[in-house]
Design a protein around this ligand. Structure first.
Ligand SMILES: [Zn+2]
Length: 587
């Protein structure tokens, strides 16, 4: 779990502490580095132009500000290229994707700076150049990693000529064109190589050596090695650089369809996701990302251990095609639950229409994983991310499922994000977000706001009243805006305006939106009449907040309109968010 931030100075205590940890990583991971090279990192930040390049330092930190990895990128503004000095994960603990995430951020930065590409050195994967088989293996893994991004060693030059004839492991010069598919011109390469060797390796490379290497770039279009580890077609699967600024990261629950309750009238059906995806594919707003896997302990950051254990166990025991509906709800004697698992369902449930079945656990766990992936992508530098998931989550409480929800996806993600700063959850589903309300009711670091049909007539009936404002430390940090049964777009916007003002006053580090689309005209579970145009303006209003935003799919059951409404929402949202420029949450 980490976020990536750019260090702009070496003055603030939090940055000084980060730099100290970067030096420690350098010491551990590059044991041959001299002390003055290690100290240079701080100097580069204090005086970025002193060493011929402008240096940019990124750190990946966990919630306790422990640096898990870093990247030092140098930019040559006149020659328009970047040089990657270091990219490294800390030695201890698994890297957990730190290197990949840092490299993606660095590529985005280089592209934004208008660079022709990134140069960097990488130790050789050729047994003739690297004698130690263990190091050779590491070098192969590293070059394979870069190959995925289209970054290949430059060939046909003298760059990897050892400075002293018997030096082992002379580095390749690798070039990443950042997906721009322009050949690298000899003259650009020559100037870049001269600058790199003079500014970075003057102490190692005599002048004649530098001249010899520069002169060895003779091909007009510099040649790179063809892919060695991956098929050419897979190198383009690396995320498009620039995506973090230009697109919304999209994580779809790839296992949602296994959760299919066939009973008539069960409107929470797989077709909902397909209908949304079909429309989103028509826009170019999204950068798809695969779902990552998370341990079950993330579930218990929000949900009670016995509920999670029960849910998993009961789903495991059910045969295919069997759904269990809770039917006994204990008002007392909760401490003495019945032995039979199916009868016990009511001990953990708020209504009679959310069944348990074999696949409910698997689909719900995957929805949590998708939402956590989207939350992490936000921490890794995206301005906005969207978890298109089902089953939904906002009715799930600490130890209770219901309202088609089993785990509170948004609350689990908000819990993760809250380690990095205050979080606001805005629930715009037609139904009250009772789950996150009760989960965060006593906390002031997670603001919960919900606009919904008044509980007088709308599910869940027992919560969502305007006098529920939070408790203890959380007093004043829950805002309910219950709305009348008949409502059009302009009345809705008025209420939304109020909700957004509260969020702006709270000034969160990140915003989580529970995106229910059941406020739409004709939704079988709602009574309002929002049109596609209304969704566009709702999206625009939220986008104008210009906050790093995680959007989580909740309800919305009119499958004929859900896709079009989602597309309009995101068009409005992204037009506003990308125009106003989401504030970078780096320090
Ligand atoms: Zn709903």
């Amino acid at each position: 779990m980490f976020r990536i931030r750019r260090l702009h100075d070496a003055v603030r205590p939090v940055n000084r502490a980060a730099i100290d940890q970067v030096r420690q990583i350098l010491r551990e991971q590059f044991p041959l580095l001299a002390d003055h090279d290690i100290d240079k990192v701080q100097e580069l930040l204090e005086n970025p132009l002193k060493h011929g390049f402008r240096s940019i330092l990124y750190v990946a930190e966990d919630a306790r500000n422990k640096v898990r990895g870093f990247a030092l990128l140098s930019h040559e503004p006149n020659l328009k290229f970047c040089y990657l000095d270091y990219i490294s994960a800390a030695r201890h603990g698994t890297s957990g994707g730190v290197g990949g995430a840092l490299y993606e951020v660095v590529r985005d930065e280089a592209l934004t700076l208008g660079a022709v590409g990134i140069f960097f050195e990488c130790l050789p994967d050729d047994p003739a150049l690297c004698r130690d088989p263990k190091i050779l293996k590491e070098n192969q893994a590293r070059l394979k990693f870069y190959e995925r991004f289209g970054a290949m060693p430059i060939v046909g030059t003298a760059y990897e000529t050892p400075v002293k004839p018997d030096d082992d492991n002379p580095p390749y010069l690798v070039f990443d064109p950042l997906g721009q598919f322009r050949p690298l011109h000899r003259d650009v390469a020559r100037q870049a190589v001269r600058a790199i060797l003079e500014h970075r390796y003057a102490h190692l490379c005599p002048v004649e050596y530098i001249e010899k290497v520069v002169a060895s770039f003779v091909d007009e279009a510099v040649r790179v090695r063809p892919p060695r580890y991956l098929k050419a077609s897979t190198t383009v699967t690396a995320p498009v650089p620039g995506a973090r600024r230009q697109r919304i990261a999209l994580v779809v629950n790839d296992r949602h369809a296994i959760h299919h309750v066939q009973e008539r009238g069960y409107v929470e059906a797989p077709v909902r996701v397909q209908a949304i995806l079909r429309e989103l594919e028509r826009s170019s707003l999204f950068a798809p990302h695969p779902c990552r896997n998370y341990s079950e302990r993330f579930l218990t950051t929000i949900h009670d251990r016995d509920y999670v254990a029960y849910f998993k166990k009961v789903c495991d025991t059910l045969g295919d095609e069997i759904s269990v509906y809770p039917y006994v709800f204990p008002l007392r004697n909760v401490a003495r639950p019945p032995k039979e698992l199916a009868v016990r369902a009511g001990y953990y449930c708020i209504d009679t229409f959310t069944p348990l079945n074999r696949n409910a656990w698997r689909a719900a766990k995957r929805a949590v994983d998708c939402t956590l992936t989207a939350a992490e992508l936000l921490l890794e530098g995206y301005r906005a991310t969207y978890a298109l998931v089902r089953p939904p989550g906002h009715h799930a409480e600490k130890r209770a499922f219901g309202g088609f929800c089993y785990f509170n996806n948004a609350a689990i993600a908000a819990q993760l994000l809250s380690a990095f700063g205050p979080v606001a959850i805005l629930d715009i589903d037609y139904h009250h977000g009772n789950g996150q309300q009760v989960i965060f009711y006593q906390r002031s670091d997670v603001l919960t706001v919900s606009l919904h049909g008044h509980p007088r007539f709308a599910y869940p009936y027992f919560s969502g009243f305007d006098d529920e404002t939070g408790e203890g430390e959380g007093h004043g940090f829950n805002l309910n805006l219950p709305l009348p049964e008949q409502l059009d777009g302009s009345q809705y916007r008025e209420a939304l305006e109020k909700a957004l003002r509260r969020i702006v006053r709270f000034a969160p580090h990140t915003l989580v939106v529970c995106l229910g689309l059941d406020t739409a005209k004709g939704d079988p579970t709602g009574t309002w009449s929002l049109t596609a145009k209304d969704f566009e303006s709702v999206g625009r209003m939220i986008g104008q907040l210009a906050m790093p935003t995680l959007l989580v799919q909740e309800g919305g059951y009119r499958t004929r309109a859900i896709g079009v409404n989602a597309r309009h929402f995101f068009t409005g949202f992204w037009t506003a968010a990308s125009r106003d420029g989401v504030k970078n949450h780096g320090a």
